[in-house]
Design a protein around this ligand. Structure first.
Ligand code: NAD
Length: 492
């Protein structure tokens, strides 16, 4: 069997299968949901909403596979990752097209996302280095001590819709390279890419059961959180779910890293290169339809930069091409579902009611589109910290502008947010950079760039309610999270 089957005689649309113990099998639940192309509303596939039974079966198969995989020499494990990297590169365009189809982001952005995923696999292929321990031959006379690193067992991964490739790739390649077995529950809104990623990993020679895919929603998540054979959970998604996953998973004795929502601020100083700042901010605010945990949601203009900055932002937003991300020149695709579009329109209304100045109204672009869940670039000025549009993560192409008299005041505003994923500063002055770096509450900072997402060999390190746990995703944090240590102290 392959990763999907035609179960409905009235249509050629396939229903996805789960990958359990190396076999693509239908879910036992019989429940499915349509997977839409958000640009066209076409049904691309049906995704099974799997049951606990499906999940438990996958965990049992993963547990069995772990016994052999964890004992497979690390260089041999790494070789599978090298082959996987090669296959991902060979299938780059197909993967990028699939991302655009199921997520809606532009093909250029999808192409970039594939690269970010491949980089994770490249980092994981360094497993022989990453898995090394440490020794000290003489902690006392004739006494030596050494630390050895081992995998932890079966790891569960739960991923969001907005990066169907990059986010799963933060998790399973490294966990698997470290010798674990992995059970992935992809977003039910963008499950196709995950299925393809698993197929390619199989093709690269990954043994059966080392990677499982169980499609679905809450039941599968709760199954992962409660199954006693799951040692750790990696989660990426919205804040309330991250908090729930962290609390439930840790209460059940599991390691949990839960990366959550965001509300990222960009501060623009009067000395900033205005045109370059506008290019970066527009891309960070409206690229991927604002559906990025590193999106720029708020600009704080310091001093007299506000008026020229706003004028240029408006001009740049007006010049954006909206449409199906597979078409040439399109920059802004749809948001993921009609429900998300309606929620966004609700926020635009609430911003107006709360007294913000609506400078550019994306509802007119929404109304102009016949199919697809489009919302145009939206800009509010005179936003304040009491407003819902400032407090909440909207996760759509809606940019709020605030004004501050000084860098101190701008940082104070940004630090009031409950979220602290990323923050950016646009300036030419080193002392501003130092002050910003030392006093802003955020885990990932950008200086004169809009989306400061760290590469795979560094941790992805949100703070406050943007992260629950201690070890972050990627880099050596990821290796620590997916391994446990044994200390051997010996006298001969
Ligand atoms: P989401 O929280 O709705 O879903 C994430 C995952 O959790 C999905 O697999 C979903 O099936 C599952 N889920 C949803 N509700 C659940 C519930 N009540 N119980 C159990 N499981 C549940 O998130 P999303 O809308 O898919 O993704 C967007 C969110 O992810 C945004 O908030 C964004 O900021 C965040 N995100 C954060 C990062 C980061 O690095 N901090 C990266 C990407 C996305």
């Amino acid at each position: 069997m392959t990763n999907s089957t035609n179960t409905n005689t009235n249509t050629s649309v396939q229903t996805l299968n789960n990958l359990i113990g190396g076999q693509w099998v239908p879910s036992r639940s019989g429940k499915t949901e349509p997977v839409y192309n958000p640009a066209t509303e076409e049904v691309l596939a049906y995704v099974p909403i799997s049951s606990r039974e499906d999940l438990d079966e996958a965990v049992a198969a993963a547990k069995a596979a772990f016994r052999t995989w964890s004992k497979t020499p690390v260089p041999r494990r790494a070789r599978v990752l090298f082959k996987y990297q090669q296959l991902l590169v060979e299938n780059w365009e197909e993967l990028a097209r699939l991302i655009t189809k199921e997520n809606g982001k532009s093909y250029t952005e999808a192409h970039g996302e594939v690269l970010r995923g491949i980089e994770c696999v490249e980092f994981a292929a360094g497993a022989p280095n990453l898995m090394m321990g440490k020794q000290l031959p003489d902690i006392a006379s004739n006494l030596e001590s050494g630390m050895y690193r081992y995998p932890i067992g079966v790891v569960g991964g739960i991923t969001p819709f907005n990066f169907p490739m990059m986010v799963p790739c933060w998790m399973f390649p490294l966990a698997i390279a470290c010798g674990n077995a992995f059970v992935l529950k992809p977003s039910e809104r963008t499950p196709l890419l995950a299925a393809r990623l698993a197929e390619l990993f199989e093709e690269a020679g990954l043994p059966a059961g080392v990677l499982s895919i169980v499609h679905g929603a809450h039941d599968v998540v709760n199954g992962l959180l409660e199954n006693k054979d799951v040692a750790a959970i990696s989660f990426v998604g919205s804040q309330p779910v991250a908090e729930y996953v962290y609390k439930t998973g840790t209460a059940n004795g599991k390691r949990v890293q839960a990366l959550a929502g965001a509300k990222n601020h960009s501060i623009v100083m009067p000395d900033a290169d205005l045109d370059a700042s506008v290019t970066q901010i527009v891309s960070a605010a409206f690229g991927s339809a604002g559906e990025r945990c590193m999106a720029c949601a708020v600009v704080i203009a310091v001093g007299d930069v506000a008026d020229p900055l706003i004028e240029k932002l408006q001009q740049a937003a007006d010049a954006i091409t909206i449409g199906n991300g597979l078409e040439d020149g399109v920059f802004l695709g749809p948001v993921i579902r009609d429900s998300h579009k309606q929620r966004t329109l609700g926020y635009i209304e609430s911003g107006e009611q709360e007294g913000a100045t609506l400078l550019r109204d994306g509802r007119k672009d929404a109304a102009a589109s016949e199919n697809g869940y489009f919302v145009g670039p939206t800009i509010f000025d005179n936003v304040s910290c009491e407003m819902k549009i400032w407090k909440d993560e909207i996760f759509a192409p809606v940019l709020s502008i605030m004004r501050a008299a000084s860098l101190d005041e701008a940082i104070e505003i940004a630090n009031q947010s409950t979220f602290a994923n990323g923050a950016c500063l646009f300036t030419k002055d080193g002392s501003n950079v130092r002050q910003f770096r030392e006093t802003i509450d955020a885990g990932m900072l950008g200086i004169n760039l809009g989306v400061p997402a760290p590469m795979a060999f560094f941790p992805f390190s949100g703070w406050k309610e943007s992260f629950y746990g201690d070890l972050h995703a990627n880099g050596t944090d990821g290796v620590e999270f997916y391994t446990r240590k044994k200390m051997v102290t010996a006298r001969w």
